[in-house]
Design a protein. Structure first.
Length: 476
């Protein structure tokens, strides 16, 4: 058994080997930690929890030996974006301005541990998750495993790089404007942004007000479904809550859907940018494949509602809402301080107005699903850019540089609709292609079933130049 290949496999494969006794949780976690160390040039992690992870793995092995009831993630290594509390580790929010370790796990981390997962580390993000590029003055540039000269996207770029490089099978991220879907698209992963309120944000009542949700990045649809079934379900702390789905996500991902109405469009929700021709081709190829799989596929004009006035007050207000949790505000990046000044007007009353505007936009967007069960679009407008795109940029320039990445994703944070990025082959530049599936309220089961169907018909690609467990050649 090649431990490198085991580390680079998915949740189901690792779980089967652990259940068979072919390896122990300690062996798996130690091999995982070795792989993370070897791939340090990716800059995917801010903190690696060596001692704690090995201690947890030993506890998992002891529980298995004692015949205890085991959860669905027993012994599985998972990484966590550095905006989510992990007890004993500093929640940096991507900044050097925080220094005090968290005294308790966030609710999603608590649920992962209760299911048997082993938390191996915290992953990189831009400061306060403001940008769709994982770059900061504190932690530097996070690089794409497909090509070290290109961005892994953001803001969950460290989580995406870690999964794409085969360092962990799952890494938690957050999505307030596309921050799960964008790095998933850049790194060839599956990333589902659930309906608002599906996953708890506790101990915080919200994540960027109505915009943000938490969730996993994985290489496969089934792995994502398994993790979501562990972490979903709101708490009294959460401001936003969603009803339980009619069936489990794992069951939905095993279903083979037929006869769905799927609309597709490459029209951008924003007039500021249009799609790269490679992304147009990916949408058309996916539409053709869906038709071959028995679905009714039609081109539609979504008539997207304007979401600008609902998004930006919550963006600015979300950044400002994180300031009280910073230990040393004077250490924040210049860009972040500029964002706070630019958003001084985004006070509580304005944010609440913006949330209501988002509800109006959601009702308009719902009309799309009167004519189709799912909407197929590009995930991002442009190709993943070279790293360093934010070098020297002030807050305004960074926001302008972000537009091509969030053009197709930000609307669905405003409306709260579920949406997922899934791989769609490889472009001529050698980097992955992706498409986005958007569903109506409570539409995650349909998204998961169609994404799994596409995955079976068109297996997800792997980076050919990744160092570490998937090493197949020299990176550029």
């Amino acid at each position: 058994m090649d431990l490198r290949e085991v580390v680079a496999s998915g949740v189901r494969e690792q779980r089967e080997l652990l259940e068979q006794g072919a390896l122990s949780a300690r062996e798996l976690i130690e091999a995982t930690l070795d792989g993370i160390e070897q791939a340090g040039d990716l800059n995917a992690f801010t903190t690696v929890l060596h001692e704690q992870a090995i201690a947890e793995a030993i506890e998992r092995d002891q529980a298995r030996a004692a015949g205890a009831d085991l959860g669905p993630l027993h012994g599985i290594p998972i990484a966590v974006k550095d905006e989510i509390d992990v007890v004993g580790a500093v929640t940096t929010f991507g900044t050097r301005a925080n220094t005090i370790p968290a005294t308790a796990d966030a609710e999603v981390v608590r649920r992962l541990r209760a299911a048997g997962a082993v938390i191996v580390g915290k992953t990189t993000m831009p400061e306060f998750g403001q940008w769709p590029y994982t770059e900061s003055s504190t932690y530097g540039l996070t690089r794409n495993p497909w090509d070290r000269t290109r961005s892994a996207g953001g803001s969950s770029g460290g989580s995406a790089a870690a999964v794409a490089a085969g360092l962990v099978p799952v890494a938690l991220g957050g999505d307030g404007g596309g921050s799960i879907r964008i790095p998933a698209a850049c790194c060839g992963l599956f990333g589902l942004k659930t309906q608002r309120g599906r996953v708890p944000t506790a101990p915080y009542p919200h994540l960027w007000w109505a915009l943000g949700v938490l969730g996993p990045l994985t290489r496969g649809v089934q792995d994502s479904a398994i993790v979501y079934d562990v972490i979903r379900g709101s708490t009294p702390v959460d401001r936003f809550r969603a009803p339980d789905p009619a069936l489990s996500f794992e069951e939905a991902a095993r279903r083979t859907p037929t006869g769905l109405r799927i609309g597709y469009s490459t029209k951008s929700p924003t007039v500021l940018t249009g799609p790269d021709p490679e992304h147009v081709r990916a949408v058309h190829d996916t539409a053709e494949l869906l038709a071959q799989l028995g679905h009714t596929v039609i081109e539609v004009d979504p008539r997207y509602p304007d979401f600008t006035f609902a998004f930006y007050p919550q963006f600015y207000g979300g950044v400002r809402a994180e300031f009280p949790f910073v230990d040393h505000p004077e250490r924040l990046e210049r860009r972040t301080r500029q964002t706070a000044v630019l958003g001084a007007w985004a006070r509580q009353r304005v944010v609440e107005w913006a949330i209501r505007r988002g509800e109006t936009a959601a009702r308009k967007a719902d009309r799309i699903f009167d004519q189709c069960d799912l909407l197929l679009t590009p995930t991002i407008a442009h190709r993943p850019p070279p790293v360093g795109i934010l070098d020297g940029a002030n807050s305004v320039r960074a926001q302008l540089a972000s537009v091509p990445m969030v053009a197709y994703t930000g609307l669905w944070n405003v409306t709260g609709h579920p949406a997922a990025s899934l791989p769609a082959g490889v472009a001529t530049d050698g980097l992955p292609l992706a498409v986005q599936l958007v569903g109506p309220a409570n539409g995650e089961p349909t998204i998961l079933s169609v994404a799994a169907q596409l995955e079976q018909a068109r297996p997800h690609p792997r980076p050919v130049c990744a160092k570490g467990p998937w090493a197949q050649g020299d990176c550029r």
